[in-house]
Design a protein around this ligand. Structure first.
Ligand SMILES: [Zn+2]
Length: 123
């Protein structure tokens, strides 16, 4: 079973948390933004679709008034149940791509004057 730990401080992230917020997890200890590695999401989606296909095949043989509806319903349910479960089991965490942090404006920096006019007005 994959271990979901923060790559920075090794804090363990709970599986439901990782599955529910796979795009935007924040480490509860150090605040690092994390995300579930894309491989795990691909696997969980594929597994969900496979489960849906199996459920659809199993239920499509049934004849009856609901015969046309149930396969779709079962496939939908199977996907909705299996996919997050697999994601919980396989998820690995990695660092989320860094947001373009608003850097403090280079006041007193060695190359303070940038290329674009900051709008403050030269005189
Ligand atoms: Zn952390």
């Amino acid at each position: 079973m994959a271990v979901r730990v923060c790559p920075h401080c090794k804090t363990e992230i709970s599986a439901p948390e990782a599955a529910a917020r796979s795009n935007d997890i924040v480490c509860p200890n150090c605040g690092t933004r994390l995300e579930v590695a894309p491989g795990a999401r691909t696997i969980s989606t594929l597994a969900g679709m496979a489960a849906g296909a199996v459920a659809w095949k199993l239920s499509i043989g049934g004849t009856g008034d609901l015969g046309g509806v149930l396969p779709t319903l079962y496939a939908f349910l199977a996907f909705g149940i299996v996919s997050p479960l697999v994601l919980m089991l396989t998820a690995n965490l990695r660092n989320a791509p860094a947001l373009p942090a608003p850097l403090p404006t280079a006041a007193g920096g060695p190359s303070g004057h940038g290329s674009s006019d900051p709008g403050g007005g030269h005189h």
